[in-house]
Write a protein that binds this ligand. Structure first.
Ligand SMILES: *Cc1c(COP(=O)(O)O)cnc(C)c1O
Length: 447
């Protein structure tokens, strides 16, 4: 069978929450001022209770609301595909499966969380959502979701992407969202940064600060985050729950599960539903691939850190490169974040997830091989997972192991990156350890 498709009535109706199954648990988020655990009251200023309950929940399974299931059905259940032609080209005995999240309306896994986030905000009377976006994948997902529920949406888009990658901006505007280049004149944070440095390219950290400030300043407005937080990982678990059923139909079970890691949500979403089996003694390797140019797990430190430059977010216990780390301009925009989801971080700490770093040139090469063999052009982020799957398949090409990876998105709106690669304009870049150490020296001092 080339691809395994579930019927709509076989789609999971509950998300899986891995938190109670993390062997050594999670550390609580801290208030950046008092350094005490933050209560839901404070977070309720920018998040709806429905999501805050999920953020802290100890329930293993949480019902997916009917309204969310109906919208999921636009593209879910997503196909599980066996990459026969890739296997053949590699000459490996390994079986390579991928979960194709590129079939969503905006071409990535991000709507899996954007839709429930818009739903819970709508249910609690919120009128408007703010968010940040780098290359625009999260911004387009949230714009789509907000439009489904009749919410206004304002997206602070990192200046360089706003200028150089306009197509996702047009997608957001098509769904009715307002898009501002960040830093903008619309917030105090943005105006202060522009006064100092009018030509700044902006950063994800600055855009988060602006979106948070906007949400805090308006009663009818909440903030939405596309990765990192526990509720995002919960929503993304739909991919792993479906994949588990599909692997069963294929008569296979994965020996290795792979994903690319920016904030960690697509990798975690595919992998966490397999954790209970792992804890029951099943042998599975979980490998998260991050870029060598933004190596939170392989080059950073497990510590409390802020999610943004202005230190407005609660401090999260996570692998981090430091909240003022400025990643280089690599093309996998969605992997340029200084921190890693606390859930993924805890699983690395507990020795369940193995983190590895790969360079962008080998990833593009893998992406092009995938395009030529499987016929789908992957997002630059996704090429990191593909490279990872190839590394696993080629360790011992005679070993008949089963590999499952998350195909987090297609690359049809990222063709400028491929153009640069094909015309020799890209090179590898490892972040110098001294600079990582310098930014880690500025971590908030906790305990
Ligand atoms: C945003 C994005 C990522 C990285 O985000 P995670 O939270 O780590 O999943 C990966 N792939 C694609 C296609 C993305 O849009």
């Amino acid at each position: 069978m080339k691809k395994i498709i579930l019927r709509e009535d076989e789609m999971p109706t509950r998300w899986y929450n891995v938190i109670p199954d993390i062997p050594n648990g999670l550390e609580p988020p801290l208030d950046p001022e008092t350094l005490q655990p933050v209560g839901p009251e404070k977070l309720a200023a920018v998040f709806p209770m429905g999501l805050l309950e999920q953020e802290m929940s100890q329930e293993r399974f949480i019902d997916i609301p009917q309204e969310v299931l109906e919208i999921y059905k636009i593209w879910r259940p997503s196909p599980l595909v066996r990459a026969y032609k890739l296997e053949e080209a590699l000459g490996t005995k390994a079986k390579i499966f991928f979960k194709n999240e590129g079939v969503s309306p905006v071409g990535s896994h991000k709507p899996n969380s954007a839709v429930p986030q818009a739903y819970y905000n709508k249910r609690e009377g919120v009128k408007r959502l703010t968010t940040e976006t780098g290359a625009g994948q999260w911004g387009s997902a949230l714009s789509m979701a907000a439009s489904r529920f009749g919410l206004e949406c304002k997206v602070y888009m990192v200046r360089v992407s706003y200028d150089q990658k306009p197509y996702r901006k047009f997608i957001m505007q098509t769904f009715g969202a307002e898009v501002a280049a960040s830093p903008s004149m619309d917030t105090r944070t943005g105006r202060a940064i522009l006064a100092r440095d009018p030509d700044t390219p902006g950063s994800l950290g600055i855009a988060i600060s602006e979106a948070l400030e906007d949400a805090s300043a308006h009663d009818d407005t909440n903030y939405a985050l596309g990765s990192v937080l526990n509720h995002v990982v919960l929503h993304q678990s739909i991919t792993g729950l479906e994949a588990k059923k599909q692997m069963e139909i294929a008569g296979e079970y994965p020996d290795v599960i792979i994903g690319c890691c920016g904030g960690g949500s697509n990798f975690a979403g595919l992998m966490v539903p397999f954790i209970p089996d792992y804890l029951d003694g099943k042998k599975i390797e979980f490998i998260g691939y991050e870029p060598a140019s933004c190596p939170s797990m392989t080059g950073g430190k497990l510590a409390y850190d802020s999610g943004d430059v202005a230190m407005m977010t609660p401090l999260l216990y996570m692998y981090t490169l430091g909240h003022d780390f400025v990643p280089p301009g690599i093309h996998a925009g969605g992997l340029r974040y200084h921190g890693m989801a606390p859930i993924v971080s805890a699983l690395v700490r507990d020795g369940i997830v193995i983190p590895k770093a790969v360079h962008q040139m080998e990833c593009f090469e893998a992406g092009i091989l995938f395009a030529k063999t499987e016929g789908i052009i992957p997002a630059p982020e996704t090429t990191h997972a593909i490279r990872g799957a190839i590394i696993e398949a080629m360790k011992d090409p005679k070993e008949p192991k089963t590999i499952l990876f998350n195909f987090s998105g297609h690359g049809l709106i990222d063709m400028a990156a491929y153009d640069n690669y094909l015309n020799g304009k890209l090179s590898d870049y490892s972040y110098p350890q001294e600079q990582i150490d310098a930014s880690l020296a500025r971590l908030p001092k906790v305990g």
